[in-house]
Ligand binder design. Structure first.
Ligand code: NAG
Ligand code: NAG
Ligand code: NAG
Length: 499
């Protein structure tokens, strides 16, 4: 009761103030307005000047941005089963600062080169269906998916989630197209087959390729999370790693090369296990085998990637094909010792040896690792530079803004090649955040909520770099590797002569 009467008296005070103010407006309008001006404008401009009020928040462009639901709208979805209307991205006003895309975007031109002359026909796209897990159609700013078969674990689900988030971000700006996506590890569109026939290959989207295949590489599902093994969405990982890294200086880390993972998936990893120290040999490596099943039973308490920045050097070894681990390894501020690899994903071709990583031979890898670590511990300034450049690549060139822009540009360039207007396939369903998230539970749902794009982009995507001389780039890379191998040979020649 007491509270209520207190409230009433407050109301009364306010009311009498208003009445008083209204009277003065009637009697002396100019004076009253200038009083009002002083009461409101001066404090607000002072607060804005001091940075306590961010007036940009009240910009109408941003007010439009706020209209995206901050969580999947499952109440409506469960009721209607209809995808909510996506608000078209507000017309971009402010180009993003430093708006040129990272260099690795140039490979988009390279990957689409096979269709430059012929364009992409309906027949070519159907030709890619043979191994595809799903077909994605974009039409009038909406996405539709037709599933052909189940993919391993939640690869297809989280890849589709990534497409859905791209749509939330760039909405109506996406072009009409359709594409076939194959979620398996290894590329399948063999170059020699199409070179011999002189025919354009089927355009097939994959996570990786090598120098003898024409598959179009696309960001893998782990950028939105790998729920089965508790690998968090990439942006969350980056944030946690940054916090962890600030706590441990490079000089204070264990002065050896570290690797942890599943050794059973490739010959390279199998051989890597032999680089652990023995009574006869110290290869400067500390290699740990990880059994993901056991790890799952333990609640993943040994496999937190954000807590693996403990050693001065980190080894990258590919698996059955490319390995999703590369980006986590690069992100640590410790030089990556990259064992010569065959497969590439969408960003790895932008990495330069001696600048972003240290090249390690596939043959005699233990000797190569021993030399690399000793060299780095002798040349700490240079070693730290490589560690920081690799890490900068992961945290900046590969931040989610750029991953989405890569997807955007790749799809845009791909769509430019289209010779036909795609239709909604009869068996397709509309793809949206709700259609995927409202059935997901536990870690799956948690990772989706964490990687949900909350706003349409308020700036246009970065500017695509023009095609460039790939030959010169490849030669420069090869020379940087050759140089390291020559140092290494020299080191071992001296050492072996002594014994
Ligand atoms: C991880 O969990 C298992 C089982 O719950 C436990 O035995 C082990 O000691 C834990 N390890 C660490 C480093 O916490
Ligand atoms: C393709 O890669 C293999 C090994 O990964 C290498 O031996 C071969 O020379 C490469 N071919 C070209 C044309 O670059
Ligand atoms: C590192 O320095 C030591 C001592 O100067 C030298 O013996 C060794 O050969 C150097 N190793 C490398 C790889 O540079």
């Amino acid at each position: 009761m007491k509270n209520v009467s207190w409230l009433r008296s407050l109301d009364f005070q306010r009311a009498s103030m208003l009445v008083g103010f209204w009277k003065s407006v009637k009697n002396r309008p100019k004076l009253a307005l200038s009083q009002l001006f002083c009461i409101i404008f001066i404090p607000v401009s002072f607060l804005a000047f001091a940075g306590w009020i961010d007036l940009r928040k009240y910009d109408p462009v941003i007010a439009v941005r706020k209209q995206l639901s901050p969580t999947p709208d499952c109440v409506t979805w469960n009721h209607t089963g209809v995808c909510p209307k996506i608000h078209p991205a507000s017309s971009p006003t402010k180009p993003r600062s430093g708006s040129s895309c990272p260099d690795y975007f140039r490979w988009i031109h390279e990957d689409l080169r096979h269709w430059r002359k012929t364009g992409i026909t309906e027949r070519m796209v159907s030709g890619a269906r043979r191994t595809a897990h799903f077909r994605l159609t974009i039409l009038g700013g909406k996405m539709y998916v037709e599933k052909f078969r189940e993919a391993f674990q939640s690869r297809a689900l989280f890849t589709l989630w990534g497409f859905g988030q791209l749509m939330r971000r760039y909405g109506g700006k996406l072009p009409d197209l359709e594409l076939m996506f194959d979620c398996n590890d290894r590329p399948v569109v063999k170059a020699e087959q199409y070179a011999a026939e002189g025919a354009a290959p089927p355009p097939l989207f994959k996570y990786c390729a090598d120098n003898s295949t024409f598959d179009i590489v696309f960001p893998d599902w782990t950028f939105w999370g790998w729920a089965e093994v508790n690998i968090k969405p990439w942006s969350k990982f980056l944030k946690e790693t940054k916090e962890g890294m600030e706590k441990s200086k490079w000089e204070d880390r264990v002065p050896y090369a570290y690797w942890k993972g599943n050794p059973k998936v490739s010959r390279q990893r199998h051989l890597l296990m032999t680089c652990n120290p023995t009574p006869q040999n110290e290869w400067n490596a500390r290699i740990y085998a990880l059994d993901w099943e056991q790890e799952a039973q333990r609640g993943f308490n040994q496999s937190n990637l954000a807590k693996q920045c403990t050693h001065r050097y980190k080894i990258y070894a590919e698996g059955q094909a490319w390995s999703v681990s590369e980006k986590y390894i690069l992100a640590c501020n410790s030089p990556t010792l990259l064992i010569q690899s065959r497969w590439h994903d969408f960003f790895t071709r932008g990495l330069v040896p001696q600048r972003h990583y240290w090249p390690v031979r596939d043959s005699q890898m233990c000797k190569s690792i021993k030399f690399a670590v000793e060299w780095g511990n002798n040349h700490t300034t240079k070693a730290k530079e490589i560690g920081e450049a690799g890490s900068h690549f992961a945290h900046e060139a590969l931040r989610m803004d750029n991953v989405y822009d890569y997807m955007f540009h790749l799809l845009n360039e791909y769509a430019k090649l289209f010779k036909y207007k795609p239709k909604i396939p009869p068996d397709a369903t509309e793809l949206c955040t709700e259609a995927l998230a409202c059935h997901a539970h536990g870690k799956w749902r948690e990772f989706m909520e964490e990687s949900l794009e909350k706003f349409p982009s308020d700036s246009p995507p970065c500017t695509m770099p023009p095609p460039f001389d790939l030959g010169a780039f490849a030669r420069a890379k090869m020379e940087a590797v050759d140089e390291v191998e020559a140092w290494e040979d020299e080191y071992w020649r001296k050492k072996d002569n002594v014994h």
